[in-house]
Structures are given as structure tokens and as C-alpha cells.
Write a protein that binds this ligand. Structure first.
Ligand SMILES: Cc1ncc(COP(=O)(O)O)c(C=O)c1O
Length: 409
């Protein structure tokens, strides 16, 4: 007997009765459009991809070989949910060195991407309808993760200096129920590229403490700073009290290994997150954790790699900002991020960037329309550009094509 895919039965709506939480999760028209960005002729500023030509492939090959040679079968065996102990110790050491976050391995959980950290914390904390405070606009992956637990978002306005403390106070005062969590990306946010100032961070931590609401500080980009000075993390300012801190190997090493870390500020909370991670995937890949550790534990390896990334990404950011200044029609504005991977553009009110994406794709250039990053608001005239995944010549050419499409919009 042969099996063919073409013979697959049509979907049977009576057979699968979906959980109520699936009502809130919509397949997006934009995602369908973005599939077109994978055509090779398209200059895509859409994804959040690090530059693959900068991946430390040779050093990773050595690290992987070393893991198999030295650790042998242990690198291929099941392991503990909490994560590989030497990697957790390395995380603590580098969090102290880079972020002045004081923690211990028993508060660090290795997760399969910081995206999993969002999901697990959502699972432990959120009942349907529970409010989550979130920047507006916000990281789409966080919106999706919390939406799956039927969060009710309490959106707080953001300006060029981060989440606005007075807006947070007003949102908390008007909330019918006390929020379970405040989520933010303080360094070079996705999608806006905006960095929260030190004064704002202190104020946000004080408000969170005053209202006894935990913060989830998501920090994938903090080490990718191209100008300006590092600012202490909220976790450091709060001396760890009430702040989850998520870091990841994705942007400073490689994303494909799916290794990240979550600092959990409380022993009981830690236990609960371990329980739900166990149910989700038992543990993050043993081999990937050891490979990341073997790479990262070589003295200076991560620092040297980050030092390679920064000048390249800085030039790409500058190329994009310069090209926008030269080409974009009147009425457009954009952020000038000090780090990270993204710029955020606002068009004149009348421009709908989802329609603009169709025009842009005809010219073989792509971006992400801003609409899905907005919460509780319909905003149609914004968009996100990534600058890490194309060289300067392609950035200039792509921005020129975008500007031509925008001029006709
Ligand atoms: C703000 C933010 N959080 C989390 C993630 C997911 O990172 P990871 O690869 O560690 O799952 C991303 C990825 O783009 C991000 O921008």
C-alpha cells in the first residue's frame, strides 16, 4: 500500500472542537503576505534575523565536537528541567559582570528561547481575563504568548523615552482588576528600537513595588549597543525583587540552538515554572545547552563575538537612517535606536502600511506593517524595519524602493 499526501482528508470541523482560548488567536493576513518576502529577489527588512554571515560557525563546530568528545553520552542523554548547571553558573557570572544583576544558579532556569520563558510565566500566572500591563506598541511574540492564556492587556503608552510612568499610574488606577504582570523591553525595544531612560526605569520599578506587581524584563538586545551608554537593568535597580529577567543566546551567539535563560525572583515561583516547563518539554536540548556553554565558557569568546557584531550592525543602522533621511517622502518619521535590530516608522495618518506592503512587494522590498504590534488600538500608519540582515548596499537599495512605494501611497 502507498500513502500520498494528496489524499489527505479535508478538515473535519466536527472532529476537532477547539479550546476557547483559540478564539483569541487569529491567523494573520500579514503573515500570509510575509511568506512572499522569502523570495530571493526580495530585500527583506521584515524578519528579526541576526546576520548569518557573522555566526561563529567554526568556533561552534569546535564547541560541538568538544562536547561530544569530552561529555560523550551525557551530552545526548535526558537531563534536568532546570538546565545544565555549568551554564547556569556562567549565566550568573555574566549577568553580574554585564548587568550588575546578582543572582544564583538556583534562580536561573534554562529555557528553549526566551519566547518559552514568556509562555511559561504566562501559564503559571494568568487566568482568563487577568490583566497584563504592556507597552504599546509591543513585541508580537509576547502578545501571542499571553493571549494564549486569555490575558486582558492593559496597554500603556510609550514615547521616545520608554513606557510613560504617569500613563502606567493612570492605567493601574483605572484597572478593574490588579494586573498579574508588567511586561517590557527596556533596551532597544522590538518593534520601536526605543530605550527606556534610567529615570523612567527607577520610576517604573518604584510603581511596580508600590502596587506589588511583578515585572517581566525581556532583554534580548541589551548587549547590542552601537552608541550611548549602558543603562542599569530594571532587575538590577530592583535588586532582583519582583523582576523576572530574560536573556538569550539568540542575538549575541546563535538563535538556532534555542538556548535562553530566565531569572526568577522567588523560590516558589521558580518551582512552579519548573513544573510547567517539565510538562512542556522536560528540558531544553541537553546538547544545545552544552554546546552554548562550551562556546561561551572560552575566556572572552562572547565578548569577542559581540565586538565583531557591533561595528557591522552600527554601520547598517547608520546606512538605514541615512537612506531614510535621503529618500523618504515628507511627513514620515522614524526612530534612531542606539542598539538592537529595529527602526520604527510612522507615515502620515492616511497611509495604511498593510496596503503599502503590497506595493512594496511589487518592488521586491519587504517590512512588517505596524498594526499587529498595537494593542487595543487600530493604528494603520506605522511599520517596522530590521537592519541587521542586509548589507549596506542592499539597505540603501531597499530603502530607495520603499521610498518609491511610499511616495505613491
Ligand atoms: C523582545 C523579544 N523577546 C523575545 C524574543 C525571542 O527570542 P528567543 O530567540 O530567545 O526566543 C525576541 C525575538 O525576536 C524579541 O524581540
Amino acid at each position: 500500500m502507498t500513502f500520498t499526501l494528496s489524499g489527505a482528508a479535508p478538515s473535519d470541523s466536527r472532529l476537532f472542537r477547539f479550546a476557547r482560548r483559540m478564539d483569541g488567536l487569529k491567523a494573520s493576513a500579514i503573515r500570509e503576505l510575509l511568506k512572499l518576502t522569502e523570495r530571493p529577489e526580495v530585500i527583506s527588512f521584515a524578519g528579526g534575523l541576526p546576520a548569518p554571515e557573522l555566526f561563529p560557525v567554526a568556533a561552534f563546530a569546535e564547541a560541538c565536537a568538544e562536547v561530544l568528545h569530552v561529555d560523550g553520552a551525557a551530552a545526548l542523554q535526558y537531563s534536568t528541567t532546570e538546565g545544565y548547571e555549568p551554564l547556569r553558573a556562567w549565566v550568573c557570572e555574566q549577568l553580574y559582570r554585564n548587568n550588575r544583576i546578582e543572582t544564583s544558579p538556583d534562580r536561573v532556569l534554562i529555557v528553549s528561547g526566551s519566547q518559552q520563558g514568556l509562555d511559561l510565566v504566562g501559564k503559571v500566572l494568568l487566568d482568563p481575563g487577568d490583566p497584563v500591563v504592556i507597552e504599546n506598541p509591543a513585541y508580537m511574540g509576547a502578545i501571542q504568548a499571553f493571549q494564549a492564556y486569555e490575558a486582558a492587556f492593559l496597554d500603556v503608552a510609550t514615547d521616545g523615552w520608554g513606557m510613560i510612568p504617569d500613563a502606567l499610574r493612570a492605567a493601574l488606577a483605572s484597572a478593574a482588576r490588579k494586573p498579574k504582570l508588567i511586561y517590557l523591553v527596556a533596551n532597544f525595544a522590538n518593534p520601536t528600537g526605543i530605550t527606556t531612560t534610567l529615570e523612567r526605569r527607577k520610576e517604573l520599578v518604584a510603581i511596580a513595588h508600590e502596587h506589588a506587581i511583578p515585572i517581566f524584563e525581556d532583554d534580548p538586545y541589551g548587549r547590542l549597543r552601537y552608541s550611548g551608554e549602558d543603562i542599569p537593568s530594571l532587575a538590577a535597580l530592583a535588586a532582583g525583587r519582583g523582576v523576572f529577567y530574560a536573556g538569550t543566546a539568540s542575538k549575541t551567539m546563535v538563535p538556532g540552538m534555542r538556548v535562553a535563560w530566565l531569572v526568577i525572583p522567588d523560590a516558589r515561583m521558580y518551582e512552579k515554572v519548573v513544573m510547567v516547563k517539565q510538562a512542556a518539554d522536560l528540558h531544553t536540548s541537553t546538547f544545545a545547552q552544552r554546546a552554548i556553554h562550551a562556546f561561551a565558557a572560552r575566556p572572552g569568546a562572547v565578548e569577542a563575538h559581540v565586538a565583531n557584531l557591533i561595528p557591522v550592525y552600527r554601520k547598517r543602522r547608520d546606512a538605514m537612517v541615512d537612506a531614510l533621511a535621503q529618500c523618504m517622502p515628507a511627513g514620515w518619521t522614524w526612530t534612531r535606536p542606539e542598539g538592537g535590530l529595529f527602526l520604527w516608522l510612522a507615515a502620515p495618518e492616511a497611509v495604511d502600511t498593510t496596503l503599502l506592503l503590497e506595493r512594496a512587494l511589487e518592488r521586491n522590498v519587504a517590512f512588517v506593517p505596524g498594526a499587529p504590534f498595537w494593542i487595543n488600538r487600530e493604528v494603520r500608519n506605522t511599520l517596522r524595519l530590521n537592519f541587521s540582515n542586509a548589507d549596506e548596499a542592499r539597505i540603501r537599495e531597499g530603502v530607495l524602493r520603499l521610498a518609491q512605494a511610499a511616495a505613491r501611497a
